[in-house]
Design a protein around this ligand. Structure first.
Ligand code: CUA
Length: 159
């Protein structure tokens, strides 16, 4: 092999390997780790969201064995509910929106990191394999009380 060919290969091989590596990373994170952008889940009138199901009754509902749904309503400067209890090993779907301004929802130790936009519903799933306390916070600056806008997911040891 002459030197020119070796030099060409030194460029050609990485330029093939890098896109393949990126493709593998996308496939692994999407299908293996369930990391994806939040699903578009509809619209709701922000002015009347407090009277519109399911947001008229924010809280935790059990959908099946190990499956829960949390209806979460954000407003200045609190989450409703701000304490969520589920057993370890649960899969929890969050259905969330904001009543007033743009808020954020970040749950530590999970893949939940979304914006809550008035009028838009956000749907996001998270797994809680281990017991513990998982803080969730608003991470979009939303006014003077932004820093006190938080809650926690209490994951209890499975019976
Ligand atoms: Cu709500 Cu910051």
């Amino acid at each position: 092999m002459n030197r020119t060919l070796l030099y060409e290969l030194a460029w050609i091989l990485p330029s093939i390997a890098i896109p393949i590596g990126m493709l593998v990373a996308i496939v692994v994170t999407t299908f293996g780790m369930q990391i994806h952008v939040p699903t578009y889940a509809g619209v709701v009138r922000a002015q009347t969201v407090g009277e519109t199901p399911p947001f008229d009754q924010p809280g935790v509902a059990q959908l099946g064995p190990g499956r829960y749904q949390v209806t979460l309503l954000a407003h200045t400067w609190a989450f409703q509910p701000n304490e969520i209890r589920v057993p370890a090993g649960s899969e929890v779907e969050f259905v969330a929106t904001s009543r007033d301004v743009i808020h954020g929802l970040l749950i530590e130790g999970t893949n939940v990191n979304v914006m809550l936009v008035p009028g838009r519903i956000t749907r996001m799933k998270a797994r809680f394999p281990r017991p513990g306390e998982y803080l969730f916070i608003c991470h979009e600056y939303c006014g003077i009380g932004h820093h006190v806008m938080f809650g926690k997911v209490l994951v209890e040891a499975a019976p």
